[in-house]
Design a protein around this ligand. Structure first.
Ligand SMILES: Cc1cc2nc3c(=O)[nH]c(=O)nc-3n(C[C@H](O)[C@H](O)[C@H](O)COP(=O)(O)OP(=O)(O)OC[C@H]3O[C@@H](n4cnc5c(N)ncnc54)[C@H](O)[C@@H]3O)c2cc1C
Length: 604
């Protein structure tokens, strides 16, 4: 006889559901089990356009045929080959995340990090799991093939990072942080790229972003870390950086810290800042933060004391060009983190709601719960449409300069290229919009998912508590939501002028829809919202920029959701259009309400 029979049935029931090691995540292939990602991959992404833009006439495949450079061996020679390649990568990432990593993340979250004699100690299992991903060749997904990377366009990198973020934020960051150094491909000299990029893709370094200081977070133009040039032309850095993720490296692997420091005079503002490479072995780790969530992600305070730094690119362009360049990608990264977290929270809520019986039936059948689940599903679908479009915009301009150069073009040709100009401008609006909107909605969705779990959601018996804690950061780091609003609003207002690019883009996309009336109705509200905003005093503008940004995000997401309904295969069309309609009605209500408030409050 075991002791189990003496337990009350309710306790026994709970013990059957909750493993002694803590909650058990949904185990599955996180690429193939996500029907929305599958629809994007199989039906909705315009692959000919994306692959064409990334591969530029399949240059790498041609070069491989000529010189058999092994680094280019995986280069696709056609759109079909590219899709097979992407699918293989995503299936393998989905399997690793959903089947290999998912069973361990709850225990890792409980174990957390320790600091011993100035060194950050990671759980051994975490180090093993990240190594498994590295050994599978999936880690350097942000780099191009010639430097040892996977050679993926933004849309594929995005799905890949979403898959890892769905399983766990700390793991996804440990796996993906090296890819921050992708920016070096665009801004570093050829010698620097040849020296550093192969070492990064080979796993000799991880990467960290050293921007924030104790007194300067959002206010980056005023940071104080000093960079001094010595007589032999080398640089040393002095100062303190706070909140630097993986500033300590990862286990035995050091970090290359992309560090922003003042090379100009004190008070020189944004134009006095330059960008440096600093080896984490040359800085001191003063401590790590004890945080609400992301318990296995080291958030380090680092002290630079005559630490050697290598100047990247030109002096004075550190913030205004290079950090901003890095942030477009980083913003999309957090948007994917948000969608990954929100998706898992939704799946967990859906599972719980189908199993939890109240009033004699599963709570999934109760109207109020059903409504929450339905809204979560439509919001996630909208978020994913929005970020895939953000990635598309990035894909349509960021690879083109290199292809133009390879075809004999010069700087002037690149500057005047109409395709680059159009999509870059749009990407500069879409990326802060994606970050803002997906992060904010992620908070709402993880909160609703916890609500559906009732009291159990507030315990550590289910994964939702970890997801909820981890989600809280997404509106804060890599630029807070308020900073994203500031980054997006100028482009929205100028883009909505009579000849603006945003107006042209929306007009053109609505025109292609099979059913235009709903999107047109919302467009009219959005147009009036921007007009109301434009007419406000500068004081009121600061207050109401967010409402205009919400309207832009909801407008674009609505039309993309309707567009997805036209592109999806026939068997899924009706369900998709109904989801789009749910989202449209929610958006119309929110935007109309905001417009009324804006009009009344701004009236003289
Ligand atoms: C877990 C974690 C990891 C991080 N990782 C990194 C990293 O790897 N590298 C790195 O460099 N930094 C990192 N950060 C720092 C992060 O990017 C900053 O915390 C963030 O940019 C906000 O800065 P702050 O904390 O100083 O807040 P503050 O700038 O002090 O902001 C406080 C509040 O005021 C608002 N606010 C400030 N200025 C404005 C404005 N002009 N308009 C409107 N509202 C405003 C903000 O939106 C916020 O609500 C990390 C932070 C955390 C918590």
């Amino acid at each position: 006889m075991t002791t189990e029979i003496f337990l009350l049935p309710a306790i026994l029931d709970r013990r059957l559901r909750v493993s002694p090691d803590g909650p058990v995540m949904i185990k599955n292939n996180y690429f193939t089990d996500n029907s929305d990602i599958q629809s994007h991959f199989n039906d909705m992404i315009p692959w000919t356009e994306i692959v064409g833009s990334y591969e530029g006439g399949f240059r790498d495949a041609r070069t491989y045929r000529e010189n058999k450079d092994e680094k280019l061996a995986s280069a696709p020679g056609s759109v079909e080959e590219a899709l097979d390649y992407y699918r293989t990568i995503l299936e393998s990432a989905g399997d690793l995340a959903g089947n290999e990593i998912s069973p361990y993340v709850a225990a890792l979250d409980r174990e957390g990090l320790r600091i011993e004699k100035g060194l950050v100690k990671f759980p051994q299992k975490m180090i093993e799991l990240v190594k498994t991903v590295r050994d599978a060749g999936l880690q350097p997904y942000g780099f191009s093939r010639k430097y040892g990377g996977l050679g993926l366009p933004w849309v594929v990198k995005g799905i890949l990072s979403e898959i890892f973020y769905r399983v766990d934020g700390s793991m996804a960051i440990a796996i993906g942080c090296v890819n921050l150094a992708e920016i070096l491909e665009h801004i570093a000299s050829e010698e620097m790229k040849d020296e550093w990029l192969p070492r990064l893709t080979a796993g000799e370094f991880v990467c960290a972003m050293g921007l924030t200081e104790p007194d300067f977070g959002s206010d980056l133009p005023n940071i104080r870390t000093r960079a001094e040039k010595k007589s032999d032309g080398s640089w040393t850095l002095n100062g303190t950086k706070r909140f630097i993720t993986h500033g300590c490296g990862f286990g035995e692997i050091p970090a290359l810290i992309l560090t922003l420091a003042r090379s100009g005079s004190p008070g020189s503002g944004a134009r006095g800042l330059s960008f440096f490479l600093v080896n984490s072995s040359d800085v001191q780790i003063a401590g790590i933060e004890h945080k609400l969530g992301l318990h296995c992600s080291p958030t380090c305070e680092i002290v630079l004391e005559n630490s050697p730094g290598v100047l990247v690119g030109q002096e004075g362009l550190g913030l205004i060009r290079y950090t901003m360049g890095m942030l477009n990608g980083a913003r999309l990264g957090i948007a994917f983190q948000s969608v990954g977290l929100a998706s898992e929270a939704f799946y967990e809520a859906q599972k719980y709601a189908s199993e939890r019986i109240q009033f004699g039936r599963p709570i999934s059948g109760i109207g109020a719960v059903k409504k929450m689940l339905r809204r979560m599903e439509s919001e996630i679908a909208a978020m994913r449409c929005l970020i895939m479009e953000g990635c598309r915009a990035m894909d349509l301009y960021s690879w083109r300069p290199e292809h133009l150069k390879a075809a004999g073009g010069n700087e002037k040709d690149i500057k005047n290229d109409t395709i680059i100009r159009y999509w870059e401008k749009l990407a500069n609006i879409l990326t802060p919009l994606c970050k803002y909107y997906c992060a904010e909605m992620c908070l709402k969705i993880t909160s609703d998912a916890l609500q559906i779990h009732g009291g159990s959601g507030y315990t550590e018996d289910y994964d939702i508590a970890r997801l909820y804690r981890d989600a809280r950061i997404v509106t804060i780091y890599d630029g807070t939501s308020q900073i994203q609003v500031g980054a997006a609003i100028g482009g929205i207002v100028s883009g909505m002028s009579p000849t603006g690019n945003l107006r042209e883009y929306i007009d053109c996309e609505i025109d292609k829809l099979s059913e235009k009336s709903s999107a047109s109705e919302l467009f009219s509200v959005f147009d009036r919202t921007v007009a109301a905003y434009r007419d406000m005093s500068s004081e009121k503008k600061e207050e109401f920029a967010e409402e205009a940004v919400i309207a832009a995000a909801r407008m674009i997401s609505t039309l993309l959701l309707f567009r997805s309904g036209d592109r999806i295969r026939a068997s899924d069309r009706e369900a998709r259009k109904s989801l789009a309609q749910t989202y449209f009605l929610d958006s119309l209500g929110i935007c109309e309400g905001n417009l009324v408030r804006m009009s009344r409050l701004s009236a003289p």
